[in-house]
Design a protein around this ligand. Sequence first.
Ligand SMILES: [Mg+2]
Length: 295
Amino acid sequence: MKKLRLIINPYTGTMKIQRQLCQVLELFSAAGYESTIYFTQCKGDGTVYTKEHAKDCDLVVCCGGDGTLNEVVSGILDLPADQRPPVGYIPAGTCNDFASSLGISVDVMKAAERAVRGKPTRLDVGRFGSRLFLYIASCGAFTEASYMTPQAAKNSMGHLAYVLQGIGSIKDIKPFRASFRVGDAIYEDDYVFCSVSNSTSIAGIVKLDETLVNLSDGLFEITLVKTPKNIPEILSIVNAIKDKNLNSPMIQLIHASSAVFSGEGTIAWTIDGEYEPGGQGISIENLPGAMEIML
Ligand SMILES: [Mg+2]
């Protein structure tokens, strides 16, 4: 029998899996897997557990939010390349941005089915300084929303909590001076939002057209939104976001495999929905095809 490790974060989102756990395990058995279950105990535990226990199994299935998946994948990438099992993902967070970008259902049984019967697919992973990100590192407007929103509000209001928190913070948006060095080019300006992403969905607010994004091309999309100084500039940004093409003189969309970020003062970042203190001269790098996920 093949070995499967099911890693569950019991503290995220609605945790629908707890009602369907028996059915999920039965499905895994029917697919030829013997399952071991682990409930993460604290932040970061997913990485520690995965690093210790993933090398002797055929598949790791992660059930939690995007932050939990980040922990699990970070643990797997700490293993030697020939000992890394593929990952299945049962999204159980509040926003599930990354899952929706991958087309993974939020229905527990459908996601479980795909985790064991899907096709192992290689996707790029990002490195932001010493941390990994699966789909986005961002700073500025909206990025505080996901980690500032209390968990209780996230659970009861779901996605709405993020959006409300985002809108509530518009008056608090502080432009910041930042620069990205991409190859020989330097992009420097006063921005209200910057992101480095490998996803069609940015911070749950901006959707990029699917023709602009490839999750396994070794490239990120760097999105830089300049500080608007008047109403036409605000409208230009809003329309570019609405049209999903980010076509605006106020927005730069750069495809790149690496970049170096520097910013004035301390600019807080969000990595896959979790807080990151940021810093100066941060090296951001694409690790092509580093993650193998069941799709
Ligand atoms: Mg890409």
